[in-house]
Ligand binder design. Sequence first.
Ligand code: GZL
Length: 355
Amino acid sequence: MKKKFLALALSLVMALSLAACGGSQEEAPAEEGGETPAVEEGGSDVITVGFAQVGHESDWRTASTKSAQDVFSAENGYELAFVDCDNDSAKQLEAVRNFIQQGVDYIIIDPIVSTGWDAVLTECEDAGIPVIVIDRTIDDSDKYVSWVGSDFKVEGLACGEWLKAYAADKGITEINALVIEGSTGASATIGRTEGFKEVADREGWTILDSQNGDFTEAGGQEVMESYCQSYEGQFNVVICQNDNEAYGAMTAMDAAGVSYGVDGDVIIVSFDSNKPAVQHVLEGNMNATFECNPMAAPFVDEVIQQLEAGETPEKEIYMEESWFAAEDIVSEITVNGEAMPVIHVTQEVLDARPY
Ligand code: GZL
């Protein structure tokens, strides 16, 4: 800790001298993107954490960032160096290398994509800085202490199993689906796509198209506008791989005169289940939403405290998630042999949503 403390003090002196000669490290609030300055000088018992966040592309991401800022605070004994990597993998690798230079005590990574990580994780290992991965996965290296996140394939499977049961109850015998994917190469995209496709293939459904909406509202709207032209009258299901894409898709379908939701011609679902999406489900604009829990920071705090105490944390820590539907039709689904409840959204359910 003292070694790193000295390195931090040196980087603080460098930052201050940089500022004195006109350079500066603008401190940008996380919700606008940007980065906090190098970890400032703290007491010797302050735990310094560098967090290389995906970006600021969605409501889910905002909730994830807020969770980290709430947990890794001064009053909790932390100094947080936060970098919003703006969905740019090169920037994310650079941020991690800067954390190594700053000599932080721990590095948290939410990897934009799941490959290209072994070299920089080896540098973290050589520097003696433990890495904790959250949310998305790193698939080409295991040089990190723990991963905290969700099973994205289970989310995709749950969506498929719910749709199967819902369609059966509604007497819908033919499914022609359009998928608006998340960012290419993200494990969330890969898992949700795989899971839903596994059910679709088993049930003989048709996936008419599957294009990248980049987890953004604009991306969802753009892809859906194209779909409304290319597949007019051919589709009855839209799978949006996050809430923000669904908001954009609804805007596009409104403009194209396509009805959707509980009383519409098209079933629309999303992943994440942020409060605005659950509100849309309550109002019947969306048929269902499948939660992806963004509150990983408390679990990371637990991992760090275990490491500080000389204990060995779990390598994989999965977070609890729920599935929400507008109508009280499908109350339970089975995924990988496990029975899972489907929550009928009421005002009480909406009010209880934490993010
Ligand atoms: C999933 C997360 C995804 C969310 C999107 O764990 O990585 O990225 O589903 C976010 O909202 O942009």
